[in-house]
Design a protein around this ligand. Structure first.
Ligand code: DON
Length: 573
């Protein structure tokens, strides 16, 4: 099946909420029929950057009403569930990382869970063949959705009522919004799957082709959002919405049950935190590999003077590729949901371990993934996506990445409820050594078990300078997420690039297996040639990541940058 590149959504919000707020002037409602895409915005009081201009506007609207960064993040995500159906979601999951004004840090895990009826070999047929068709498309591909529970967990730190945060999304679903050229193309690309996989009418199927300027109205989704507005998380996990989900499952031989929905819990975890050259990096812990991979990759290059090698120079790129290769080899072996599997986090980030991993790095010569393999992490210890970031003048910062996994997830719309279900089960290792849809392999650590959360790559990240938020960032892109965040951070901290260049310049990616360097089409040809001479296999591919980034400028203003690669848009005030 053809999948649009876009699968995750990323939003970044920076906001400044001053305690001495003036009586708010009435805020004009969002005009969903006329809007424009802004790639760079500087805000005095706040800013939001996300995959869609209307969602960014929804976040800023909430800020203007007196909400804080967490409020804006929630409102933006809810709006994305309407205006960015390929990845914004109610039927998926995500992660939220925050650094709050009082120094408290959050890592809210609302990753999907394997249904209670799942089992390790559920996608292996009687001939031993891995059925990636079933883990990727249709009803059996879905984990129990976590987004709504996650938003309510986050709302413990918000200022406004949840009702106020969900209202913009309800209005966007009810009244509809005008779609862009890119959205039209994306919706046209899934019509066949929609027809094959759905038995009930939905807002996304259309006889004629979608075109830019059409209005997408989502009445069923509006009704679901209203149930959440009235009943809280129970408006999704119980009652009418639960009934619609379970009936959808029954029609399509899926296995999510009433009990699975009712038992879903979002978990508050300790963020994965480390230092890089005097900056503190706060990111997502397991069940995302993102924070740990970022930690390993940055530490593997920290001792080298990468700045003098130069941005996009063969030397610098080679060093980063080899760090990526080694970290991803560890991912395949060691990483998975720590509630089920003891991931040796301390061993994998130990100073000597990191140094040993890079001992066989040879400048000017490609390593070989057949030889590198995962490291020996000392005696295993005892023990289509989107991102958002937020900061305020009081020092609150939030980064969220959320996903359905593939574009439009399983491509199953819950009949009568109006939202897509995820195909996140494919992020498990469905059979040891069999690549998932991002080419990632795994084994025991990431095997399926009922109630387990599948390993993710999502990397919502906040970089602190002198203890205060400096960069808030994240991106979609499956396994390319940690490498994109890695490069974006190095681009700013080491190469001194502007925020815009750090986001927009060509990216590269290595994930151990396959043993190839993937580069975007505009990656410098001379560097590609130099890498080939070192022994690398270079594969040119489409876009890598869609980074949304907010940086705090020396004067305290917020610079929000939306990736050039999509309709992503920044909004500030
Ligand atoms: O959690 C993960 O790592 C994947 N499900 C993310 C998927 C993704 O980023 C798709 N975006 N292009």
């Amino acid at each position: 099946m053809i999948r649009p590149v876009l699968v995750l959504l990323t939003m970044s919000t920076l906001l400044a909420c001053h305690s001495s707020r003036k009586a708010a002037a009435p805020n004009p409602p969002i005009d969903s029929y006329h809007y424009s895409i802004e790639k760079t915005v500087t805000g005095n009081k706040g800013a939001v950057v996300s995959a869609h201009p209307l969602a960014s506007e929804a976040g800023v609207l909430v800020l203007k009403k007196g909400g804080n960064a967490v409020d804006a993040a929630i409102a933006t995500q809810l709006a994305l569930a309407v205006v960015y159906p390929g990845a914004g979601n109610l039927g998926g999951g995500g992660f939220l990382v925050a650094h709050l004004q009082d120094g408290k840090e959050l890592a809210i895990d609302y990753r999907e869970m394997a249904p209670s009826g799942s089992s390790r070999d559920m996608y292996i047929d009687k001939d031993g063949k891995a059925r990636t068709d079933l883990s990727q498309d249709g009803h059996l591909a879905s984990g129990v959705p976590g987004t709504v529970a996650g938003l309510f967990e986050a709302a413990r730190y918000s200022k406004l009522s949840f009702k106020e945060l969900i209202d913009p999304a309800i209005e966007l679903a009810e009244k509809g919004f005008v779609i862009t050229e890119r959205e039209a193309r994306s919706l046209n690309g899934i019509q066949q799957d929609l027809q094959q996989l759905n038995t009930r009418p939905n807002a996304f199927q259309k006889k004629d082709k979608w075109k830019a300027g059409d209005t997408l109205v989502q009445k069923d989704l509006a009704a679901t959002l209203r149930r959440i507005r009235e009943k809280g998380a129970a408006g999704f996990y119980e009652g009418e919405t639960a009934r619609l989900i379970v009936e959808e499952m029954q029609r399509g031989k899926g296995i999510i049950s009433y009990a699975d929905l009712k038992n879903y819990v979002a978990r508050s975890r300790q963020p994965h935190r480390f230092d890089y050259k005097g900056y503190a990096v706060v990111s997502m812990p397991m069940p995302s590999s993102g924070g740990l991979l970022l930690h390993q990759m940055l530490k593997m290059i920290e001792g080298k003077d990468i700045a003098t090698m130069g941005f996009h120079s063969p030397q610098a790129v080679q060093l980063m590729i080899e760090a990526e290769r080694r970290a991803y080899a560890d991912r395949a072996e060691y990483m998975g949901d720590m509630d089920f599997y003891k991931v040796p986090v301390a061993a994998l980030t130990d100073k000597k371990y990191i140094a040993d991993r890079m001992k066989d790095f040879t400048p000017g010569k490609a390593s070989d993934s057949k030889i590198i393999g995962p490291g020996k992490a000392a005696a295993k210890e005892s023990e289509e996506t989107t991102h958002l970031s937020v900061i305020d003048g009081d020092g609150n910062a939030v980064a969220v990445t959320t996903t359905l996994n593939g574009g439009y997830g399983s491509r199953v719309v819950v009949g009568g409820a109006g939202f897509f279900l995820n195909n996140e089960m494919d992020d498990f290792s469905i059979k040891p050594g069999v690549p998932n849809m991002y080419g990632a392999v795994g084994g025991e650590a990431n095997a399926i078990a009922p109630g387990k959360r599948m390993l993710s790559s999502m990397t919502p990240t906040i970089v602190l300078q002198n203890g205060k938020p400096y960069i808030v960032t994240g991106t979609p892109g499956g396994t390319t997420i940690p490498t994109s965040v890695f490069q974006t951070i190095v681009n700013i901290l080491d190469f001194g690039l502007s925020a815009k260049d750090a986001v927009d310049k060509a990216k590269f990616h290595h994930q151990w297996l396959p043993d190839a360097v993937f580069v975007e089409k505009d990656f410098p040809a001379a560097t590609q040639e130099a890498l080939r001479k070192m022994g690398y296999k270079i594969d040119s591919r489409g876009d890598i990541g869609r980074v949304e980034l907010i940086r705090v400028l020396p004067d305290g203003k917020f610079e929000a940058v939306a990736d050039k690669r999509g309709d992503d848009s920044a909004s500030g005030w």
